[in-house]
Ligand binder design. Structure first.
Ligand code: DQA
Length: 145
């Protein structure tokens, strides 16, 4: 049996982690987070791909390709698109690949516009406020799913 394949998708401005509002997003860079996830995955012989984009179109295109590329599970931090993107939600509904929505910060403890997500009601789970540990928890769940 082919090993499980998991995609971790990071939305806009997450390329700035480490320097961007560390009080909300911590000190780790996106590189650090991705590397930690890759180490966990490779220890369990799981195929893990990571991608970050600031472009909604690129994110929609990648989501559309999930089934064709044979990903079994998606971990996604849609970042600001969480609160705006009907297009990404529709793409996720279309491909039917299970996903966990991750936020580094606790979006419910922040501005009201961050309290609404276009993704949460169609996600397997939502993790918000655990910092980079949220990605690790999501990955462990996805590996065992
Ligand atoms: C975020 C929360 C979003 O509201 C924000 O726009 C982000 C990051 C988080 O990881 O806490 O860019 O998704």
């Amino acid at each position: 049996m082919a090993s499980k394949s998991i995609l971790v998708l990071h939305g806009p401005n997450l390329n700035l982690l480490g320097e961007r509002e560390p009080q909300h997003y911590g000190n780790q860079t996106l590189e650090d987070i991705n590397q930690a996830l890759k180490n966990i995955a490779s220890a369990k012989s799981i195929q893990l791909e990571t991608m970050q984009s600031n472009s909604e179109a690129d994110l929609v295109n990648k989501i559309q390709s999930l089934s064709k590329e044979k990903f079994d599970f998606l971990i996604i931090n849609p970042a600001a698109y969480t609160h705006t993107s009907v297009a990404m939600r529709d793409a996720l509904s279309a491909v039917k690949v299970p996903f966990i929505e991750v936020h580094l910060s606790n979006v419910y403890a922040r501005e009201p516009f961050r309290h609404h997500s276009y993704f949460s009601d169609i996600a397997v789970a939502v993790i918000s406020g655990l910092g980079a540990e949220g990605y690790v928890a999501a990955l462990n769940f996805a590996i065992n799913a």
